[in-house]
Unconditional design. Sequence first.
Length: 158
Amino acid sequence: MDISIREATKSDYDSLSPLFRQVHELHVCERPDLYKKNSIPVGQEFFESQLADARQHIFVATIGIEIVGSVVMKEEEIIENSFVNARKILYINSLCVVKTHRKKGIGKSLLQYVFDFGKSLKVESVELGVSEKNPSAIRFYESIGMATKSRKMEILLN
């Protein structure tokens, strides 16, 4: 199995839509109070605006011509103030591997590509959010060397 990784193009939209839907449906299932059911969570216009934004990056993993995974990221600048030092991070908004291709090294390949890409951008870290209700994702990220930086907590009042 030969995995290739490349930047996404406008012509990838139709192939990526099921991946975007897969991620969104997971979020809706876990937190229907936050996420709306939506069969098209990422519209083509929004997707193309991400591709046009120099600070956003979308990479796809392919086997042959089939897209089997994707990662969506954004460069973020933390501005120095009296509490924090200035720094630049690469934030992963979404990582997805087609269900039938999981546990084959595609996610690890995508993330290694992201880490190398982040080094080329001279970012200080690659960061992401992961749901506490997704222990398999947490184990996956830990297996590639990521560690918990902080934890968001809440109490629902309604």
